[in-house]
Write a protein that binds this ligand. Structure first.
Ligand SMILES: NC(=O)c1ccc[n+]([C@@H]2O[C@H](COP(=O)([O-])OP(=O)(O)OC[C@H]3O[C@@H](n4cnc5c(N)ncnc54)[C@H](OP(=O)(O)O)[C@@H]3O)[C@@H](O)[C@H]2O)c1
Length: 261
């Protein structure tokens, strides 16, 4: 398999996870650039790369992976200086190739469908990795890189990938916020988050095994108006949580009514 030399723009959650996994797989990491420089220094120290703040890359680098916050992506891409033959790929789920300036001739998207947090060691095996590229050769390189990580490759254009990104927001980000609200209730009861652990595990396992629509339980799907009212009364300390409770309840009732028809 061809070996590539990689560089990174960004040294945060995604860049760290990718960079460390590539390094473990004997891929050479040349240069790591970050905004303030500190995160690049730390990451470069772990993978024998050089660190810096200037978005300048020479011909030593075959592929630059850009993993910066979405609102900075356009600006960072505009400021990258690299040889014409260098492939530049970003990791943002809801952006496509349109975000690259015209002078970057070889471009791609390398979007891992996973949630990354500093300090957590993510195994990439079988993680879905969504790839888009400017040309067949760039596609081949990104496919090879995904293979080195052990990820499961999906070739998908932006319109479809935006929907996958949205699905990730609902299933991961929103669910996690529900955990946070659940934790608030548990603490209010003088208990802690751990009391919910078996429930969380079974909820996820059941949804994966039977499908989420078949796994729905609770007062909303039973249309148990007495319990629903009691819960809203209990939530009188937070009009915000009451609102969330009403919306999700209506969504569950509406969704399951429709699917009964
Ligand atoms: N987090 C996830 O779970 C996840 C999953 C899939 C895809 N993504 C996508 O991956 C991308 C990166 O997300 P992230 O969560 O890894 O972000 P992050 O943890 O916030 O890290 C952002 C990195 O960008 C650097 N940066 C800021 N300005 C820069 C500049 N001008 N030049 C170079 N580097 C700069 C920051 O450096 P300083 O700290 O030094 O400023 C930091 O190292 C986003 O497009 C996101 O949508 C994220």
């Amino acid at each position: 398999m061809t070996r590539y030399v990689l560089s990174f723009a960004g040294a945060g959650r995604v860049a760290s996870a990718l960079c460390q996994r590539f390094y473990e797989k004997d891929i050479k990491i040349d240069r790591i650039v970050s905004g303030k420089g500190k995160s690049a220094d730390t990451l470069a120290g772990k993978c024998k790369a050089t660190a810096g703040r200037e978005l300048k890359f020479d011909q030593e680098t075959d592929v630059i992976i850009v993993a910066v916050p979405d609102h900075l992506l356009q600006e960072v891409l505009n400021n990258i200086e690299c040889p014409e033959e260098t492939l530049v790929a970003h990791t943002a789920g809801s952006f496509g190739l349109e975000v690259f300036p015209e002078r970057i001739k070889r471009s791609g998207v390398f979007y891992p469908l996973q949630t990354f947090t500093t300090g957590r060691n993510i195994a990439f095996d079988n993680i879905p990795l969504f790839i888009e590229a400017s040309d067949p050769d760039a596609k081949h390189i990104l496919d090879n890189l995904a293979g080195i990580l052990g990820a499961r490759v999906h070739f998908m254009d932006l319109d479809k990938r935006k929907l996958i990104h949205l699905a990730a927001v609902f299933t991961c980000n929103f669910t996690n916020h529900m955990f946070t609200i659940g934790k608030t209730m548990a603490l209010k009861a003088g208990s802690d988050f751990n009391v919910l652990e078996p429930l969380i595990r079974e909820t996820v396992e059941k949804a994966l095994e039977y499908g989420p629509e078949s796994s729905q339980t609770g007062p909303a799907i039973r249309n148990d108006q007495i319990t629903l009212k009691r819960h809203l009364d209990l939530l009188s300390f937070s009009p915000e949580f009451q609102d969330i409770y009403r919306h999700i309840t209506q969504s569950i009732i509406g969704f399951h009514k429709k699917s009964e028809k």
